[in-house]
Design a protein around this ligand. Structure first.
Ligand code: XMP
Length: 326
């Protein structure tokens, strides 16, 4: 498949068009790989999940999915990947909990770009190690989409997790959605029967919660971050904001402030809420969240999440702030 989308290619907007695309790609993949094995780093994001579902349809257990938990995933994410792909789709899925390995490597590292570099490189190393253990894997599948091909020069060093292992030779790449835009990938994901929560998932950076647990990551602060993020997502979903706000999450920085909890002085972390809208992530505007909803989220986070005594709402558009804090 060429890297340029032909002008004649129709935008995939309906289940019928999605079905035709799926049928066509299933045949193309079968023809490309025959009865050989294909390896895929399955993060659980929209793109890799759609590629997984498509390849399972085409080649079944000859697709080997590797899900690496780097310890920086959101609450419930690895469980959902296992439930959907292993339990429901009967995929050939290898789950690796590499939490300790990543967090040990990151211990004491406060510099944002250094953190990203460690996470990106360690991910490739873990993935390579697994690939080497497997025998006769000839192809590497990737969830590349058209904007990945078009994009150039991001503000930060985006080390996309799931990069190509450099030391392993593959006969070829399988990139069935590389000419598609995100909205088309979602239509195809729905047609392939992936759960709505997975298909509509907001973007999540490769380094995951690592860029939201600012400074040197500690396990207790990471837990506070994961729990506060889960509360924010739950309350946004209940308020019908899921799918309407482009990206929303919490940040737990590495400093503390004085507060009062249960009549006693507390000295704990703040939690910062970020909720933005954008078209292309190059600029972003702030979402107006109703005060009552913000109040509910503040009350839940400060009472349910150990270590947090204050909640702030980041009102800074991009520019001057980037969407992530690191
Ligand atoms: P910033 O913070 O640069 O983020 O305004 C723009 C968008 O990119 C996401 N992001 C990343 N995505 N790997 C990714 O795959 C990364 O290292 C990374 N850093 C930021 C961010 O979540 C936002 O959607």
């Amino acid at each position: 498949m060429a890297d340029v989308r032909p002008e004649s290619m129709e935008r995939i907007t309906t289940p019928e068009l999605a079905k035709a695309f799926i049928d066509e790609q299933v045949e193309a993949v079968k023809k490309q790989v025959g009865d050989k094995k294909v390896l895929l780093a399955l993060s659980g994001g929209v793109d890799s999940s759609v590629v997984a579902a498509l390849l399972i349809k085409a080649i079944g257990k000859n697709l080997v999915c590797v899900h690496v938990n780097h310890g920086l995933l959101r609450k419930g994410e690895p469980e959902q990947v296992i439930e959907v792909f292993k339990n429901q789709m009967d995929a050939n899925l290898i789950y690796i909990d590499a939490t300790d390995r990543f967090l040990d490597k990151l211990a004491g590292v406060a510099e944002p770009e250094k953190k990203r570099k460690i996470i990106g490189e360690e991910f490739i190393r873990v993935f390579e190690e697994e690939a080497r253990k497997l025998q006769d894997v000839d192809f590497l599948a990737q969830g590349t989409i058209y904007p990945d091909i078009l994009e150039s020069g991001p503000v930060k060093a985006h080390h996309n997790v799931g990069g190509l292992p450099e030391d392993i030779h593959f006969e070829g790449l399988v990139e069935p959605i590389k000419l598609l835009f995100k909205d088309e990938v979602r239509v195809i994901g729905r047609e392939l029967g992936l759960p709505t929560g997975m298909v509509e998932r907001q973007p999540f950076p490769g380094p995951g919660l690592g860029v939201r647990c600012t400074g040197a990551i500690t396990r207790d602060r990471l837990t506070a971050l994961r729990e506060s993020d889960a509360i924010l997502r739950e309350e946004f979903a209940k308020a019908g904001l899921e799918g309407k706000v482009w990206q929303y999450f919490t940040i737990v920085p590495d400093y503390k402030s004085v507060g009062v909890k249960n009549g006693l002085r507390s000295f704990e972390w703040p939690c910062i809420i970020r909720a933005v809208n954008t078209k292309d992530a190059m600029t972003a505007t702030i979402e107006e969240i109703p005060y009552a909803l913000l109040g509910k989220i503040v009350s839940r986070i400060t009472s349910e999440v150990p270590g947090i005594n204050r909640v702030l709402y980041d009102l800074t558009p991009k520019p001057t702030g980037t969407i992530e804090w690191e």
